[in-house]
Design a binder for this molecule. Sequence first.
Ligand code: GLY
Ligand code: MN
Length: 462
Amino acid sequence: MFPSNVYKERRNRLRKEIKNGLVLFPGNQEVAYNYPANTYTFRQDSNFLYFFGLDHPDLAAVIDLDEGKDYLFGNDVDMDDIIWMGKQPTMKERGVKVGVENTQPLKDLDEMIRKALAKKRTIHFVTPYRGETKQQLSDLLGIPYKDLKAKASPELIHAIVKLRMEKDDLEIEEIEKMVDVAYIMHTTAMKMAKPGVVEREIAGVLEGISVSHGGPVSFPVILTINGQTLHNHYHGNVLRAGRIMVVDAGSESDMHYASDITRSFPVGGKFSDRQKEIYQIVLNANMAGIAAVKPGVPFHEVHSLAALEIVKGLKDLGFIKGDPVEAVKKGAHFLFFPHGLGHPLGMDVHDLEGLGEDNVGYDDEIKRSTEFGLSSLRFGRRLQKRFITTIEPGIYFIPDLIDLWKSEKKLEDFINYKKVEEFRDFGGIRIEDDVLVTNAGHRVLGRPIPKTIVDVENIMSE
Ligand code: GLY
Ligand code: MN
């Protein structure tokens, strides 16, 4: 945990953003996996962690903006709990760790909320994303399940986005440590990627590396020789020469800060000529995107710049025709690069996304585009100092998408379908780094993970 004053300061900053009422933070509860006593690994809610730091189930917290007091709700353990889980800190002791003096049993929360509702005080909460929390809020507040999203507090959502998007030094250090763990994961995968190995043998090793350095993987590992499927979680293929393996994997620290890194490399360790050509375009787009990261630049422009790099490269190889700028405007790149260039990164891999993509990635100035291609970009607003974003361009040959576009004769003036057909079994390539926005520009976080063709081939030959 961070020192208690970090959490106090965060709560004080939140107070300055919201006028009055109560702010209610339900912590997460255990969630049953296949029967009640067998639960998923516990993951605390990120907002709760940010303001109240405690990483245990069945807690709730309230910031009373009018009284200027903070409250923690939770029960001290009983003997039965001690027998199964060992001795636990008391709620008082937990409160001290995060600078909260007022700790009360969980049942007192009902009473506090009931009184506040009777006095018609505003109760701020954010849209819940788990069934258990939806039920809890619905019961506490008397709001039907289906109306919780509409009744969530825009004031609180915007305040949290404002605070959490700007990472402090402690948070940057945590994330950078996890990129260093990702270094071990990705270079290990590169060295293991030999013909005959089954994907899951490597995926399992990567999960073990993550766990042994602090926490679980930060999202289900994507590791596949079929990288044309963007989030491919099937790990049953046998690696064979001629395929590119895409590994998109990161690690979560014991404080729940994440890394998110993608590398793509040839099974067996040597890129073929055509793999090199496509790989180099993706790498150029990754580097052009990174180079453009600086305070004040709208992220949708960084995305479009990377898309232009991809289109220019694909034009040189004969996949795309016509004016590259016009091709990007029309969305021709979307056949090959059908996703956004990146997303904020923090405690959540898609940081803060639970608060709503548009609340996080867009603002009053920059609204989500309705244009084909750009409309799928979850992050478009201007970058600010201390934001952390991923930069993750890719080129994919998705047979079903190719068939659809071709049958519709879509953007025929820009796409050479005959050439595209030659690559329909190519697979996909994505290269992703985690980038901090600094005063002057940017810094790629962590120990550099090999990504040039030479560096990747070198490490794979070790
Ligand atoms: N690394 C998974 C994603 O960005 O969606
Ligand atoms: Mn990502």
